[in-house]
Write a protein that binds this ligand. Sequence first.
Ligand code: PMP
Length: 341
Amino acid sequence: MSAYHSVVDAIGNTPLIRLTALSEETGCEILGKAEFMNPGQSVKDRAGRQMILEAEARGDLKPGGLIVEGTAGNTGIGLALVASARGYRTVIVIPETQSREKKEMLKLCGAELVEVPVRPFRDPNNYQHVAKRLAEQLAETEPNGVLFADQWNNLDNRKAHYLTTGPEILKQTDGKVDAFICAVGTGGTLAGVSTYLREQKPGIVIGCADPMGAAMANLFTTGEVKATEGGSISEGIGLGRSTPIVEDIKVDHAWSIPDTEALPIIYDLAETEGLLLGGSSAINLAGARRLAKEIGPGHTIVTILCDHGTRYQSKLYNPVFLKSKSLPVPDWLEKETTLKA
Ligand code: PMP
């Protein structure tokens, strides 16, 4: 029998998929790690699992305990899945602007949702601060204790990628990976993967693809924590401050990438390569293309396909939403595709 013990063991070991059009355009092998194939359909299942298993091992999480987290959604889904499988409950604080599909999925995974208005991080009512306060309050009455997962400061988040995503990429490329690039939400993926790959291949090139309005591109190029102008419809990425996870990452190239450059890549992938992806994957792929131009043809570049496009049907794949943001709508999205019998 090769059955997994539970869904928790089904997290990770995702395929690496060659992106045909981008590889042909750049002369590099551009490979995407298909993280949308995790049980919760995103890269954050890995962090959810690691944070829970490490807390259990430290004795910070007791049977029947409650897990509280502030999240754009995907970490919450990863935490809730693993929590259900291991006998915990979850309370998730989420900004109300996040996609309806993520909120519905969270509820289906058994999480209790607290939706809060969007506020900047410096505001005490930012969702991350609300989550921390709520965890402290609930700890006073919860009989089995409360774990505040705290993904921005929790180094187990980055460890998930050091222990799994990084080694998988090295093995799946037979050690031939020349460069890795991805965006930063908490930075767990970029920090964990890049630390592992640099140890194994000191010459590896590491890149950061930042959405507009975030501060990582400036942090990694000038050392200054300064957000760029503008914004992005991508969700789950775009960090505006330095944290224990990102403060010591060494990045060779970093770019702020506009949605108008990134989104056409995933619309083309949906139409011609059978891949339906979210907005952060678009930023990552645009970053991989810039990195290919930077280091030249003949290299193998890996990036992350962070989550599944069905999570954004009402936004990224909705012409009405795109027009409301003055973003171009791909032709195929407006075509009538239902045949009448
Ligand atoms: N893409 C999506 C869709 C996400 O939800 C996240 C995490 N918030 C990321 C990318 C970034 O992952 P990390 O937190 O490891 O930087």
